[in-house]
Design a binder for this molecule. Structure first.
Ligand code: ZN
Length: 412
């Protein structure tokens, strides 16, 4: 007999429509098979055998499982330079803990944009790891001295061995970036992440720098496209964002300092912007405590102010906005707070769309993730209160249960 679960008397969110509907939701072998309408005509009153597992959602709100499109599950410390020297097995245990906590917050799927590999993906898929489903890009490609180069100025050697727990790999020149992209794709990467501009948590670059030549970016895009995958780029400033989008990059990570031309390019290319404002809030508050150096801490202020303004502008223009957090180390516990920060400049339903339907489109899993409809994964977040009326229901993780692939994985 196949595994099944019926969520009865559900008030569930039709995310694309932005409306609640009523019905009984039947999940078979992890996939929504059928939704029968109404309290009276539902599966509950119909033919479902009484011994089938049920979840009574009377009086509760049922949402699709949440998707965080910018995490680093192996960033068990904010000191990313130290991470490269840690035991990979130790880091994997740390990642397992962080990922279990993400699942408890309702994130049934995450996109890891540097660090996670096929081992973490397979462990989750095979049931060895209680965690969100993982879409990964392997190690991010960085130029020498770029955002993914964790060496200090006085440090020369760099061990690029794939088993090291760092988040980046250095590749310079068209041939080398092509080979690095092919290597990550060989290992199963769902996307390729490149560092196309300066960052906050890196020792030798500046936020206002651009990184990689246009020809290098185009070479990576060509390789990813050939494999039916896509490239997403770390970039803060309009200058860095715009050249990446023109070179064919499909996603921009951060984007805090975008300009008007960036918005036109996002729309023209149907590209995705994944901001992560909570990380600047958290870095300011407690980054030093979790290992962020003083000089990196000072970069945070420069990108914090622009973020809210850019999000507001991008939302108004209709840019594809995916939900992301980018938290490092112990700060990852603030993940859900991103919902409340975004809701200051956009409606709650659009914040939720960023963590469901829009995220699924970015992951190339439209209709399979991020919606409650027949054929989609049986991933749900169940709350006692209405998150459209009060987004803090999600921001404070005031959840009733989390269901992943038709299995109740957390009950509060
Ligand atoms: Zn990141």
């Amino acid at each position: 007999m196949s595994d099944s679960l019926t969520i009865t008397n559900a008030t569930y969110l039709d995310v694309p429509a932005g409306e609640y509907r009523r019905g009984d939701i039947r999940v078979v072998d992890g996939v929504i098979q059928q939704i029968d309408g109404g309290i009276d005509g539902g599966i509950d009153g119909g033919a479902a055998p009484s011994d089938h597992p049920r979840f009574d959602a009377s009086g509760k709100y049922v949402l699709p499982g949440l998707i965080d499109c910018h995490v680093h599950v192996t960033a068990v410390t904010a000191d990313l330079a130290a991470l490269t020297e840690w035991s990979p097995s130790y880091v994997a245990y740390g990642a397992a803990k962080l990922m279990g906590e993400m699942l408890d917050r309702g994130f049934t799927t995450v996109r890891d944009v540097a660090g996670a590999d096929f081992g973490i993906h397979d462990a989750q898929a095979e049931g060895l790891l209680r965690a969100p489903k993982v879409f990964f890009g392997g190690k991010a490609l960085t130029q020498t001295g770029g955002h993914g180069d964790s060496r200090s100025r006085g440090q020369h050697s760099y061990d690029p061995h794939q088993c090291c727990a760092g988040l980046g790999r250095i590749a310079d020149g068209v041939d080398a970036v092509r080979q690095a992209a092919r290597d990550e794709l060989r290992k199963g990467a769902h996307h390729i992440k490149i560092m196309a501009g300066g960052g906050v948590a890196s020792p030798t670059d500046r936020v206002d720098s651009t990184q990689y030549s246009v020809s290098e970016i185009e070479a990576v895009v060509e390789e990813a496209t050939a494999a039916n995958r896509y490239v997403t780029a770390h970039a803060y400033t309009g200058r860095a964002i715009n050249r990446a989008l023109r070179a064919g990059v499909r996603g921009i990570e951060h984007g805090n300092l975008l300009d008007d031309e960036s918005i036109e390019l996002f729309l023209e290319h149907d590209a995705f912007l994944t901001m992560n404002l909570v990380t600047y809030w958290a870095l300011q508050d407690e980054g030093r405590k979790y290992g962020l150096s003083q000089s990196n801490w000072e970069k945070v202020a420069a990108v914090l102010d622009g973020g809210m303004d850019s999000l507001h502008k991008a939302h108004g223009a209709g840019v594809n906005l995916a939900f992301g957090t980018d938290l490092l180390g112990g700060m990852q516990r603030h993940q859900a707070k991103e919902f409340a920060i975004r809701a200051k400049v956009m409606p709650a339903i659009d914040v939720i769309r960023g963590a469901t339907v829009t995220a699924a489109r970015l992951l190339q899993r439209e209709h399979q993730l991020g919606v409650i409809a027949p054929g989609a994964a049986g991933d749900f977040v169940i709350t006692d209160a209405d998150p459209l009326a009060d987004i803090n229901v999600l921001a404070d993780s005031r959840l009733s249960a989390v269901i992943q692939d038709g299995t109740v994985v957390k009950r509060y």
